[in-house]
Design a protein around this ligand. Structure first.
Ligand code: FAD
Ligand code: EPU
Length: 339
């Protein structure tokens, strides 16, 4: 029998460490429990928040609906010649899955080491880091359709992955709950060392023929040096997306700011480093009340202790305003804002 709890503190369920309450809260450990839950028409009418590790959301106020915390576990793999299919429950910790693959010498996940959160959330924003995105290793996922109670299978095309985007954040927002994800990995090492910092770190360690494990360890070390650990300082990683602008707009900016960090983003478009833009506006490492930006990465907003979600949201609005005033570029929040 499912246990629906009431007025549950979410402080330990969000990496910003915001004190906010859920009016209703339920934990799901088996796929069938979702059908059991949604037999009750009340939950179709109630606002819902699907929760994994809470590492990509900002709770601005108490949540007056039902929080569905995904805890479906299990990791399995099947080897077919050079290809390995790995399937994991939505509630598995992402980095535990990466470690499972690294330990088995399955290639493809190593650049995504140490990203916080759950397996089930990984397709939502097509997580990415160090030259690899989820879509590069994604095969399919199972998702519970709330309206019908059916389990649907989404392949890669159906997910419409983009930079920090998927169909689950856009056209199908709020309609599906991902229950498991299947990945296509390689039984032969096929390393992606294109991200400059990886090569530098390998060189500085004197590693010329890296293994999957070496890449995982190097990526983890780079991340630890740049990003605050949520267990000691509340944060949700990059608070904004890196903005993609038209080449013509870029030409207008670069003539005044020759050092601007930028990358090609498809024909006629340029991606700017939001952290660079924010730093240029004087925000890097700045403390504002109980909030601030991280000293080593201006794109990361932090809770210095006891901040409310509204305080962090207000800081993000000030940053958006000042980047727009200086560069004419509008930053978009990457973190999901929950009210
Ligand atoms: P949550 O925060 O619980 O949820 C995020 C969103 O997904 C919410 O909208 C939620 O409703 C929805 N959701 C969650 N689970 C499901 C499900 N099973 N079905 C349907 N919807 C669901 N992200 C990157 O891409 N790259 C990085 O390098 C990176 N670095 C980070 C570093 C730090 C220190 C932190 C704190 C975060 C970082 N992130 C990064 C962001 C975050 O780790 C990812 O977005 C992660 O996938 C979120 O997983 P989660 O389980 O915590 O999701
Ligand atoms: N930069 C600055 N100042 C800063 C921060 C960055 O000048 O305060 C410059 C850096 O010098 C570099 C450029 O900006 O030239 C890019 O910085 P970095 O390599 O740290 O990456 P990022 O673009 O800031 C993105 C992702 C991260 C991901 C890293 C590594 C987004 C929104 N963020 O950050 O993802 O880990 O690349 O691939 O795309 C997340 O989503 O939560 C996250 C941490």
């Amino acid at each position: 029998m499912l246990q629906i709890e009431e007025n549950v503190s979410l402080k330990n369920f969000n990496t910003f460490g915001i004190e906010a309450k859920a009016r209703y809260f339920v934990e799901i450990s088996r796929e069938e429990e979702l059908a059991e839950l949604f037999i009750d028409p009340q939950w179709h009418k109630t606002e819902r928040l699907i929760l994994g590790g809470g590492s990509n959301l900002l709770l601005v106020t108490d949540f007056s609906g039902l929080v569905i915390r995904m805890n479906i576990r299990g990791i399995e793999h099947r080897i077919n010649h050079d290809t390995v299919f790995v399937e994991a429950g939505a509630g598995e910790v992402w980095n535990d899955l990466v470690n499972y693959c690294v330990d088995h010498n399955f290639a493809g996940m190593e650049n995504l080491s140490l990203i916080p959160g759950s397996v089930g959330a990984s397709p939502i924003q097509n997580i990415g880091a160090y030259g690899v995105e989820l879509k590069d290793v994604f095969e399919s996922c199972h998702a519970f359709e709330i309206a019908t109670g059916q389990i649907k299978i989404f392949n890669k095309d159906g997910c419409k992955f983009g930079y920090r985007e998927s169909v689950f954040k856009s056209a199908l927002k709020g309609q599906y709950i991902i229950t498991s994800v299947k990945f296509r990995l390689s039984a032969r090492p096929k390393l992606n060392l294109s991200y400059g910092a990886i090569e530098q770190e390998l060189n500085s360690r004197g590693i010329s023929a890296p293994t999957i494990k070496d890449v995982s360890q190097v990526v983890s070390a780079i991340r630890v040096s740049k990003l605050p650990d949520p267990s000691t300082i509340g944060n949700s990683g990059s608070f904004f997306k890196n903005p993609v602008i038209a080449a013509a707009q870029f030409e207008g900016i670069v003539k005044d700011y020759l050092a601007i960090s930028n990358y090609p983003a498809g024909e006629g478009f340029i991606k700017l480093a939001a952290g660079w833009l924010i730093e240029q506006c004087g925000w890097k490492g700045k403390t504002v009340g109980r909030t601030g930006t991280w000293k080593n990465q201006a794109l990361v907003l932090v809770n210095h202790g006891g901040a409310t979600g509204q305080e962090i949201y207000d800081l993000s609005s000030q940053i958006i305003d000042s980047v727009y005033t200086k560069f004419g570029v509008t930053l978009e929040r990457e973190v999901n804002i929950i009210r």
